[in-house]
Design a protein. Structure first.
Length: 224
């Protein structure tokens, strides 16, 4: 892999390589692979370990293709019911470990994979740390009844926008962003979950997170 092009890339690599070197990731395990630029550093670091019998589940076609190109074994998620560990990035990380994810539109799959894993490890850089979560929060919406779903979200929660020109989710659904305030992430998550037609949102609760690895620009890693 080429050297980092920026201090931010150095932080991504540091966090990703720390996660890949975790001795709790062992031969024969099932590993969930997230989506995004930080995970792009995790994949080759994991492949270099050459773990025997390691099987991966990918959250997006892009991740699956990259993992296979590195020699990692990838299986469909309908072929297994649980994972030993999942590793993924985040767009925002609050002090209490609430997360916002979904910048690449794969947050529903990422949440399914994280929930199925015994351990969900988040890898991120210092710029992803926030005092409290803020908009935008990615949303995945069914095409069926889309106008009705958009109206319901707007009336019950607040403003949102479709990602014009953005590709659909890995499952072919529409990607939008919620733009309202987030004084209580748990309340916002519950309200979003209750809206029919909303497939998934990018708010991840702290209970899902086993560990957060923050890569620093100088190459160090700290744990939250």
């Amino acid at each position: 892999m080429a050297a980092p092009h920026s201090a931010n890339d150095a932080g991504k690599r540091a966090a990703a390589e720390a996660a890949a070197a975790d001795p709790e990731i062992r031969d024969g395990m099932m590993v969930g692979l997230g989506t995004g630029t930080t995970v792009a550093f995790f994949l080759p670091a994991l492949a270099r370990r050459g773990l025997a019998g390691l099987t991966c589940v990918a959250t997006s076609p892009a991740t699956e293709a990259a993992a296979r190109a590195l020699g990692l074994t990838v299986t469909a998620f309908d072929e297994t019911e649980r994972l030993d560990v999942a590793v993924d990035g985040a767009d925002q990380v609050a002090p209490d470990r609430w997360l916002v994810k979904g910048g690449h539109g794969a947050h529903t799959r990422e949440k399914v994979v994280a929930a199925a894993a015994d351990r969900f490890v988040v890898i991120a850089t210092e710029d992803k740390l926030v005092e409290r979560l803020r908009a935008p929060v990615p949303l995945e919406l069914l095409r069926f009844g889309l106008a009705s779903t958009l109206r319901a979200i707007g009336e019950q929660l607040g403003p949102l926008r479709l990602r014009d020109g953005a590709p659909p989710s890995p499952d072919g659904n529409v990607i939008a962003d919620y733009l309202g305030d987030l004084p209580e992430p748990a309340a916002a998550a519950a309200a979003l979950d209750a809206i029919p037609g909303l497939v998934g949102h990018g708010l991840f609760a702290p209970a899902m997170v086993a560990e957060v690895l923050i890569g620093e620009s100088g190459g160090g890693v700290r744990r939250l």
